[in-house]
Design a protein around this ligand. Structure first.
Ligand code: HEC
Length: 460
């Protein structure tokens, strides 16, 4: 269906003879016939012509003298507005209204703003096209007098209909009707004058709309009432999912216990089943200290004042030993030098994987202290970053395994402890892998299996 842009309406439609007619509709059975008729009508100088066809017709736009549609411009305008608005919105929200520095990244950057801008561009372009289509097409329109011409019912089926508007200056029923018949029209009918009541929205629809509007107000009113008043009855829960669970939230009260606390303190002098961590070698990485020795050795006691306690409570909760002055106090401790568990290839592989997850970010895959986080921190030059120690440094290489284990568990100076994140066995696995890593820099030919030795080349 196409429509012609109208020339300025003529002041006096001189030729309009019949006041009951809004124009003519001629029905054709072939594309060629309707195209020919269009050209003919336009040759008469008639401009207000329209063709209704069940399918697009090549060459029809030209024949009707249609100019290009303004819709693409609307789409471009909508898209530009959306894109610009999206970028502006991202900039204003992130850099002006709520600036939030994340890892030293710029507050505004075009690339992360693109998805928003892109979506908005699409949205507004679509709005422009849909809105433009309705606007230029004069829609929505409840009735069109052309529909009352019986032949029109086949416009979406197997007929091509040419409509000429009686408003056109050159329109003359007497001249046009025979001409259209001559051009091969099967029928030429008058378009009846629009009946004003027909164009009106039926009463029932107004009523239904009003009723629906009132009904739609009920839920918000109920919600507003529920939110502003109190009730002793439990709430309605249509889909309760996991809303109500028999549990206590942390730090909340409970009437179940006499002291009203929902969080229960550990019962003193007891160990939870399976939580006994009596093996200092395995859980702390050091030789067992007798309680007498602890009492006699104030420095060791200062380092681990709760050594006896930690043995029974959970070391894995990982209190960073901030009261522990580092190296020289650590040197007084009798760290284990042998792994307190069997070391085999699977343990080292596990350690390699865990190392990659927990340590490589800072220490680097090779342990040189050049992990990605480190590189980034050095690049930012904020002056707060302590470069991780190279795990190949001689002092670290000479540390007993127990001390390495302790460094992972409780941290060292600026390095945080990982006891709460890495289970004990995995910590030992990492130590075993660190040992393997260190070996890679100090190994000699005697470490290489005999059968591989001949394959090695010397490099400088
Ligand atoms: C957040 C970054 C970071 C992570 C992750 C990290 N470290 Fe460290 N590590 C450091 C820094 C920084 C130091 C140096 C601390 C100082 O000198 O204040 C250090 C020091 C060390 C030391 C030397 C301790 C000493 O006695 O001087 C060892 C060993 C070590 N880390 C092992 C590990 C292992 C194993 C992991 C993985 C479980 C790990 N680190 C994870 C930052 C990190």
């Amino acid at each position: 269906m196409s429509s012609v842009t109208a020339p300025p309406p003529s002041p006096a439609p001189t030729a309009q003879a019949d006041p009951t007619s809004r124009g003519l509709v001629a029905s054709f059975s072939s594309v060629d016939a309707v195209l020919k008729a269009v050209r003919l009508v336009r040759e008469l100088g008639i401009r207000r012509v329209d063709v209704h066809s069940p399918h697009p017709i090549h060459g029809l736009d030209d024949a009707l003298g249609l100019k290009g549609s303004p819709l693409p411009w609307g789409a471009i305008a909508g898209a530009s507005l959306g894109f610009g608005g999206g970028v502006w919105m991202a900039w204003w929200m992130n850099a002006i209204d709520y600036p939030f520095l994340i890892s030293g990244k710029p507050l505004f950057s075009i690339i992360p703003s693109l998805p928003v801008a892109f979506e908005l561009a699409i949205l507004l372009a679509a709005f422009a096209v849909v809105g433009g289509t309705l606007l230029f097409g004069g829609l929505p329109r409840l009735s069109n007098p052309r529909f009352r011409v019986p032949a029109f019912s086949r416009a979406t089926n197997d007929r091509y209909l040419l409509a000429v508007d009686a408003d056109d200056e050159q329109f003359q029923t007497g001249r046009l009707q025979p001409l259209l018949r001559q051009a091969g029209a099967e029928s030429v009918d008058h378009i009846p004058v629009e009946n004003p009541t027909e164009a009106r929205v039926p009463r029932a629809i107004w009523m239904a709309t009003a009723i629906l509007l009132v009904l739609a107000l009920i839920p918000p009113v109920l919600i507003a009432k529920a939110r502003s008043s109190t009730s002793t009855r439990p709430r309605l829960s249509f889909v309760s999912d996991m809303d109500h669970q028999p549990k206590f939230k942390a730090q909340s009260t409970s009437r179940l216990f006499a002291d009203g606390r929902s969080m229960r303190p550990q019962v003193s002098g007891t160990v939870a089943r399976g939580d006994l961590r009596a093996d200092d070698r395995y859980y702390l990485g050091r030789e067992p200290v007798s309680s007498d020795a602890l009492a006699k050795a104030p420095s060791a006691a200062r380092l681990q004042p709760s050594a006896l306690l930690t043995r029974v409570s959970d070391v894995d909760s990982g209190s960073p030993s901030d009261q522990a002055p580092p190296s020289q106090a650590a040197a007084n401790i009798d760290w284990v030098t042998e792994f307190p568990l069997a070391v085999d290839e699977s343990l080292i592989r596990r350690g390699q994987q865990r190392y990659g997850i927990f340590c490589a970010t800072c220490h680097g895959q090779g342990g040189e202290g050049d992990g990605l986080v480190t590189l980034r921190a050095l690049e930012l030059e904020q002056g707060t970053w302590v470069r991780p120690t190279s795990l190949h440094a001689e002092p670290i290489r000479n540390q007993p395994v127990g001390q390495l284990f302790n460094s992972i568990s409780n941290g060292v100076r600026r390095m945080p402890g990982y006891a709460s994140q890495i289970p004990v066995r995995d910590r030992w696995a990492i130590v075993a892998y660190v040992r393997a890593l260190q070996r890679t820099r100090i190994a000699s030919s005697s470490d290489v299996p005999e059968d591989i030795l001949p394959n090695l080349r010397e490099i400088n």
